[in-house]
Design a protein around this ligand. Structure first.
Ligand SMILES: NC(=O)c1ccc[n+]([C@@H]2O[C@H](COP(=O)([O-])OP(=O)(O)OC[C@H]3O[C@@H](n4cnc5c(N)ncnc54)[C@H](O)[C@@H]3O)[C@@H](O)[C@H]2O)c1
Ligand SMILES: O=P(O)(O)OC[C@H](O)CO
Length: 398
């Protein structure tokens, strides 16, 4: 019998809790492959107990710790209300305790918080753990665009794939039919060597990106042969559900980048909706948006991004459509225009603690493009970042 994978999830927001639910359902269904309990790292906070159902019978009417609320009621009523979570999904606010001994780490938190969490994890995880990032966003610093899958690889020295798709969390949690894309080109798990750093285990960084500060290779620890391989079959066991079809592709960068950039386009569509410019304009914005997404990938990730990920996968055009139609970025931009507020104000007042990814991504991407002298090639991204301020200030002064 292979050693069982221990799976943990870092993040417990709207999508974090949804993916936690999926993981726990699957580890329970495949006890031969996975340890049943899935620990979910939760950013600790006090939450008010809603006055409906049996929640106050179980928790009382005073504010309680969110971890206590989740572990007692098996609901995350602040970030994923109305959904029952499996009782083998265990909330834990101690990040180092959460990752200890885990062979599969799933990262799923707003990108604003990932860097600090990685610093706290470093040194406390298995050196051969494998990771999947469900985070939609990009990190821009020192004149470089870094995908969160890459940041995780660099900071922790472990392999990281990406998951992204047309996945409005509340719909996935309600188990309506949908699909998603997993980018995974990782080395197989069972190396001939079972200890030490293998020279076969090199993940090549896209050399065309001319990233001066990055190593050209990241050396990975081989996974002991006792585990089953992390391959497309195992990823389907982990993320697939009867209502969620998973397609595994090798294009990790394309999946991650599409998930990040579509949020900029979704904001633009939201502005159009708020201005009541109609469906033709929304369609035009989406068409131009997908072309800018592809162009960005071609320019900055020429060796790693496969353009077909943008046009054929759930992570590409399908996610753009769903996000533009019903995502938080699009809705918030629409409300901002209608209420003459900034999107940041809408985020603070209407999202109940959930975080938008589009505004900071637009800012990061456009500042990067400005530094590279490429702004004129991305008029829609620039429109979102700066042009939209003519309609409504997109962000607070910063
Ligand atoms: N919600 C969706 O429909 C959806 C769908 C697909 C992908 N995504 C992506 O998933 C990722 C996670 O989004 P989400 O919807 O789960 O989050 P969310 O928007 O619900 O964000 C709230 C989460 O952030 C946490 N948080 C607040 N302050 C924090 C801090 N200082 N440090 C750490 N955590 C803190 C909260 O505890 C909560 O868990 C994002 O990149 C998002 O783009 C979201
Ligand atoms: O609600 P948004 O705008 O963060 O988008 C949600 C998902 O990314 C849709 O796939």
């Amino acid at each position: 019998m292979p050693q069982k994978h221990k799976v943990v999830i870092i993040g417990s927001g709207n999508w974090g809790s949804t993916v936690g639910k999926i993981l726990a359902e699957n580890t329970r269904e495949h006890p031969d492959v996975f340890e049943q309990d899935v620990t979910m790292w939760v950013f600790e906070e006090d939450v008010d107990v809603p006055d409906h159902g049996t929640l106050r019978d179980q928790l009382g009417d005073k504010p309680v710790k969110i971890t206590q609320a989740i572990n007692t009621t098996h609901q995350n009523f602040k970030y994923l209300p109305g959904i029952t979570l499996p009782d083998n999904l265990i909330a834990n606010s101690d990040i180092q305790d959460t990752v200890r001994g885990a062979s599969i780490l799933v990262f799923n938190l707003p990108h604003q918080f990932i860097s600090r969490i990685l610093d706290q994890i470093n040194g406390h995880h298995l050196p051969y753990a494998r990771a999947i990032s469900c985070i939609k966003g990009v990190d821009v610093s020192d004149g470089t665009v870094t995908l969160y899958s890459e940041l995780i690889m660099e900071k922790l020295g472990i392999y990281c794939g990406s998951l992204s798709g047309a996945n409005i969390a509340s719909e996935v949690a309600a188990e309506t039919l949908c699909e998603t894309t997993v980018g995974y080109d990782g080395p197989p798990m069972d190396y001939k060597q079972s200890d030490g750093l293998s020279t076969d285990n090199l993940i090549k960084v896209d050399e065309q990106r001319q990233i001066k500060s990055k190593p050209s290779h990241i050396k990975l620890h081989p996974v002991p042969q006792s585990y089953s391989h992390v391959d497309s079959r195992l990823l389907n066991l982990l993320f697939g559900r009867p209502y969620l079809n998973v397609h595994v592709v090798r294009d990790v960068a394309g999946v991650a980048l599409a998930g990040a950039l579509k949020n900029i386009v979704a904001l633009a569509v939201g502005f159009v909706a708020g201005k009541e410019w109609g469906e033709n304009t929304k369609a035009a914005v989406m068409r131009i948006g997908i072309l800018e997404m592809v162009k960005f990938g071609r320019l900055w990730f020429p060796q790693s991004v496969n353009e077909r990920t943008f046009t054929e996968e759930s992570a590409g055009v399908a996610d753009l459509i769903t996000s533009a139609s019903a995502g938080r970025n699009s809705r918030s931009a629409c409300h901002a225009v209608q209420k003459h507020l900034t999107v940041d104000e809408i985020e603070r007042t209407e999202l109940g603690g959930q975080k938008l990814q589009g505004t900071s991504t637009a800012r990061a991407v456009c500042e990067f493009l400005g530094e590279q002298g490429k702004l004129e090639q991305f008029p829609l991204f620039v429109f979102v970042y700066s042009g939209c301020t003519l309609l409504v200030p997109m962000c607070d002064a910063h």
